[in-house]
Design a protein. Structure first.
Length: 148
């Protein structure tokens, strides 16, 4: 017979039971192995606009294929990852500031102090822009634990 005490005892013991392992999210936002929807991360910084690259010029980094509009952009990226790789792995910067992951779209972006930040959509970008330094600080604090 199931009593309240038996149920509470079972619930209290539940955290001790083995749980299936969850796969960690990729370190970089990708779709089909292609990072940040195939946009050239260097172009955001150098031209001030998203440029979708066809994939003819690519580089592998952090388990994803990065596309570039030119060999010069690919070489710049590989040569200075700290400058050109999008923060928070190309996941939504606003979501990272709130402690979770969200995919991104090429048209919702910001370059702040020379660094690329992507957002899930234009509304998330509007919220991001309300306090970029504060959102960056929150995202940096959250980022180590977000990927799992």
């Amino acid at each position: 017979m199931l009593t309240r005490r038996t149920l509470l005892t079972a619930l209290a013991a539940a955290p001790l039971l083995p749980r299936p392992g969850l796969a960690a999210e990729p370190r970089v936002f990708q779709t089909g192995g292609v990072a940040i929807n195939g946009a050239d991360p260097v172009a955001y910084v150098t031209t001030g606009a998203p440029v979708l690259a066809g994939g003819a010029i690519a580089a592998e980094w952090t388990g994803a294929t990065w596309h570039f509009a030119s060999a010069a952009n690919r070489d710049a990226f590989v040569g200075d990852l700290a400058r050109y790789a999008p923060r928070f792995g190309g996941y939504c910067a606003f979501a990272a500031s709130r402690g979770y992951l969200a995919p991104t779209v090429p048209e919702a972006w910001t370059v702040h102090e020379g660094r690329l930040y992507l957002n899930a959509n234009l509304r998330a970008r509007e919220l991001w822009l309300q306090d970029v330094p504060g959102n960056i600080a929150k995202g940096e604090a959250n980022w180590p634990g977000i990927l799992g």
